[in-house]
Design a protein around this ligand. Structure first.
Ligand code: ZN
Length: 600
């Protein structure tokens, strides 16, 4: 007997704490205020559509509205809940407020019955109200039957349609209704309500537990109260998060922090053992992925907004998220979220979800960090600028400039490599530096790089201009070698022949022949000889030709190309007209025409 009595007294929280007045409805002020104003101004519409997610107060609002319009003793347009009319509705015995479940009364016959009854005026109040729940479940013919009544409703008749799927309601019905969209419950509203109820029921509950309930309720006030009942049944009147997590079989948040740390540290061993933990504790892998998605979403919000306002969790957890967010880059979080979301999809159809789950974790841990492309471009252009200024001021300073990354080195190498040169500029730089060192004070270590073999004509020619520049820098340097009009330079293997057509110049260079030769050896780090010959006005060419007897000759005077044959007089050809393409090659790459004669 005592048990029966207890059962009769027990009311689930959602019913026990159902709001009785508009002002008690949480989170739907935009609707309750409008409805109260409608009563105030006497503009009561004959059909309303209440749409929104489950458990946010649609039927509750409809019932309060029904009582309010029929209340014999309303206070500030709220139902008194004490008069006969209010009591009849509250006790569910009112003949004027009829609730119909659209899911089970969805046929044309049901609607016909409804229309028959609707004709009769209300028994006690001013209005007769039909509340049709899940109205989207009505068949099309039932909708059409209903339409007739909606088109020409009797004055006393009022409809409230409630639905979670307003898009399934026929447009012809929708267009005859005032539509109210109920909001999804904010976690804060749910927490406030649970706090209120717990206080009234003398139940202590910690913040983390309330957060957990709100999150599991997913925007539904009714769900949150059902969960609350379940937790109270398990934990009694003192609710602690650890017990609540057990009662609801929740995955501890700590677990997600462990996963993200392991991902960051690329600790695959830990990830496998975590997966094993999940399986042995009987957690749902899908739920686990949702939790992980939420975890990284929280980190992302901190990354983007710089605060924790968008995270609904206890303060201690918010701080943990903050610390975690410093470990990850925004772009990396986006990639992680993407991978988790994809895994969520594929896990559903995977015959071996555990392996799929492990794969996803390993993939997450194996991701390389993404570098922001714009930042990278910025860095590269900075380095380029640096390298360019360094090059123009002093080539050798590049060597010392802060070369922090491989990219910087590459750029330097690129900048310094000139296309015509077979030797890399890096090696070249060393040579140049070595050359300058030698001029000041020859160091024995430089000797090691000397070659005994004479360089080829091409090698000598390739670096000839550089040599002239370096030579001109020296103390005794004269610009004699640069007198292009008066000197023709011919290159051989291990030898340079300067042909002078000016006596004074010939003499000047001749005087420095030995000195130049020393420089040449130091510069090329190989035996290179130099010969200076005077070009006589008439027979001079003949003499020169005798000197220059070789199989491979390359001549240059930087102005025009000369063709010298060993048997004939050198025939000075005028440079041929270049085709536009050839000219472009010359302009772009500094190309020059080289003819190699064969003795045939
Ligand atoms: Zn009343």
């Amino acid at each position: 007997m005592a048990n029966e009595q207890l059962q009769e007294e027990y009311l689930v929280t959602a019913r026990k704490w159902r709001p009785l007045q508009f002002k008690d409805i949480v989170g739907q002020e935009h609707i309750t205020i409008t409805l109260k104003n409608a009563i105030k101004s006497g503009r009561i519409h004959h059909a309303y559509l209440f749409s929104g997610p489950r458990g946010v107060g649609k039927t509750t609002t409809a019932r309060i509205y029904a009582r309010a319009i029929n209340c014999l003793n309303p206070k500030d347009f709220e139902p008194c809940n004490e008069c006969d009319s209010c009591k009849a509705v509250l006790e569910g015995r009112s003949m004027d407020v009829i609730e119909i479940d659209g899911a089970s009364n969805n046929s044309v016959d049901d609607i016909r019955k409804l229309r028959e009854n609707a004709k009769y005026p209300p028994i006690s109040g001013n209005y007769k109200m039909y509340v049709i729940d899940e109205v989207h479940m009505l068949s099309t013919s039932a909708f059409n039957a209903l339409l007739k009544t909606l088109e020409e409703p009797p004055k006393h008749l009022l409809f409230v349609f409630a639905t979670t799927e307003a898009h399934k309601v026929l447009p012809t019905i929708l267009s005859r209704c005032q539509r109210f969209d109920f909001r999804r419950m904010e976690n804060d509203s749910i927490i406030q309500q649970i706090k209120f109820i717990a206080g009234k029921e003398n139940i202590t509950i910690d913040d983390e537990s309330m957060n957990a309930i709100a999150q599991k309720a997913d925007g539904s006030m009714r769900d949150s109260q059902s969960i609350f009942d379940q937790v109270v049944a398990f934990c009694g009147n003192d609710i602690k998060y650890s017990e609540l997590a057990n009662a609801l079989h929740l995955i501890d948040k700590e677990f997600f922090f462990r996963i993200s740390s392991s991902i960051k540290e690329k600790n695959l061993k830990d990830l496998f053992s975590l997966t094993n933990d999940i399986m042995t504790k009987g957690y749902d892998l899908q739920e686990c992925l949702s939790g992980l998605l939420e975890h990284f979403r929280n980190i992302l919000t901190i990354k983007v907004t710089g605060n924790t306002n968008l995270i609904s969790d206890s303060e201690s957890l918010k701080n943990k998220y903050k610390i975690e967010s410093e470990k990850f880059e925004k772009n990396d979080i986006l990639r992680i979220l993407n991978l988790i979301a994809n895994t969520e999809q594929t896990l559903r159809y995977s015959p071996q979800p555990k392996i799929r789950f492990e794969m996803a974790l390993v993939q997450l841990a194996s991701m390389d960090s993404v570098v922001d492309i714009s930042q990278l471009i910025h860095e590269i252009s900075d380095l380029k600028k640096k390298a360019l200024t360094a090059k123009s001021s002093n080539v050798s300073s590049i060597e010392e400039s802060d070369s922090t990354s491989e990219i910087a080195k590459k750029i330097k190498a690129d900048l310094n490599t000139e296309p015509a040169k077979p030797v890399s500029k890096e090696a070249d730089l060393k040579v140049n530096n070595g050359f300058m060192n030698l001029i000041d004070n020859a160091s024995p270590s430089q000797e090691e790089t000397y070659s005994k073999e004479s360089p080829s004509a091409q090698t000598i020619e390739n670096r000839w201009n550089d040599f002239k520049k370096e030579y001109a820098k020296g103390e005794n340097g004269l610009l004699v070698l640069n007198q292009k009009e008066m000197i023709t330079t011919v290159f051989f293997k291990g030898e340079i022949v300067l042909e002078c057509n000016n006596d004074f110049l010939f003499q000047s260079i001749k005087n420095k022949q030995n000195e130049i030769k020393d420089y040449l050896v130091r510069f090329y780090k190989a035996p290179v000889n130099i010969k200076i010959v005077a070009k006589e006005q008439d027979s001079g060419t003949k003499k020169t030709n005798e000197t220059i007897k070789s199989e491979n000759r390359i001549t240059t005077d930087n102005k025009e190309t000369k063709f010298i044959s060993s048997n004939e007089e050198p025939a000075e050809k005028t440079p041929q007209e270049l085709s536009p393409i050839e000219q472009a090659i010359v302009d772009m790459f500094g190309a020059r025409e080289v003819k190699i004669m064969s003795n045939g």
